[in-house]
Design a protein. Structure first.
Length: 319
């Protein structure tokens, strides 16, 4: 090895901060850039401790061949501030991509390779909300709720106007063409761009809005299905590509499902009737519909419990 390079590397090692400062963003020196520069910066905003499930997921990740990754953590900062720091770091080392990750989102082992293979400016993996039943974090209209009319076409990319950043891959050129701040969390009512009043907005939707206004398309790859882990309830929320509906796994390993597309339509149809009209339906049909809507562990209770048609109608109407 060249003596000058050895001397510079030694200087870097000796000058590396110790203690808590060790986790501050480490800027790659200029002599290490160039032909073998970092291709993907994996940006992780975190408050410190992460779950073992997430660490195992990070270890198992595979990256595209001949694309050097670098994991960049920003610890203890608000998520919007951390994301801006990650972007500045990636621009400074001239990386090609930034993969934003959240420390409760679990990617498939080949998820990064799949997102890179799409070769678009902004693409995110499919992530569901941490609630029962879970909903896809896919928005095709701001304020219009989650977009769900894709369940039967799972595996295809969807163009959206907003999504989360649990697993979002962005080409760094996007940030070169957008003014700072790229990320910002809005917590009280204010006007954006002088005309749109916003009461609350997370940093991911703020970025999506800026990217759209700059002319970029945003995609969600429904074939890159991520798990969303809740460390308090020990549940993992995900989309089951075989059942084609949202699901969640309890700590004991049992899996429960949300409603399918056709069941959702049936549910909407049910709510178009009044409770008194529902009470006139056939009792066996109502029980069959209840069993489809409720989780597996409630089936026996529903079948053993003798309800009147009025009670079943009320349960259907409010489910």
């Amino acid at each position: 090895m060249d003596k000058e390079v050895q001397a510079k590397e030694g200087a870097i090692r000796r000058g590396k901060p110790k203690g808590a400062d060790f986790f501050e963003p480490y800027i790659q020196p200029k002599f290490m850039r160039g032909e073998f520069r970092t291709a993907i910066v994996v940006g992780l905003p975190t408050y410190g401790m992460v779950h073992a499930n997430f660490m195992m997921n990070m270890i198992k990740m595979s990256y595209p061949v001949n694309m050097s990754p670098h994991i960049q953590c920003v610890i203890g900062e608000p998520v919007d501030v951390a994301c801006n720091k990650i972007v500045k770091y990636a621009l400074d080392i001239d990386a090609k991509y930034i993969l934003f990750r959240e420390d409760d989102v679990l990617l498939p082992p080949t998820g990064i390779e799949r997102l890179v293979s799409l070769d678009v400016d902004i693409v995110a993996g499919l992530c569901l909300s941490k609630q029962i039943p879970p909903s896809p974090i896919i928005f095709t209209a701001m304020g219009g709720g989650p977009y769900t009319d894709w369940y039967e076409k799972v595996g295809q990319p969807i163009k959206v106007v907003g999504t989360g950043m649990g697993a979002m891959l962005v080409k760094t050129d996007v940030f070169r063409n957008i003014e700072e701040p790229w990320f910002r969390t809005i917590v009280k009512k204010e006007k954006l761009d002088g005309d749109v009043a916003v009461g609350r907005m997370t940093q991911d939707l703020f970025f999506c809005r800026k990217a759209l206004r700059a002319g970029y398309d945003i995609w969600v790859d429904t074939g890159c299905c991520c798990g969303h882990y809740d460390c308090y309830t020990k549940r993992t929320f995900f989309f089951d590509v075989y059942e084609k509906r949202p699901a969640w796994q309890e700590a004991n390993g049992k899996i429960y499902y949300g409603i399918k597309g056709e069941e959702r339509e049936r549910k909407q149809k049910i709510r178009s009737f009044t409770k008194s009209e529902l009470a006139n339906w056939d009792k066996e049909l109502m029980m069959e519909m209840l069993l489809e809507i409720f989780p597996n562990d409630k089936h026996d209770k529903l079948e053993k419990y003798l309800m009147s048609t009025e009670e079943m109608a009320c349960l259907l109407y409010t489910s």
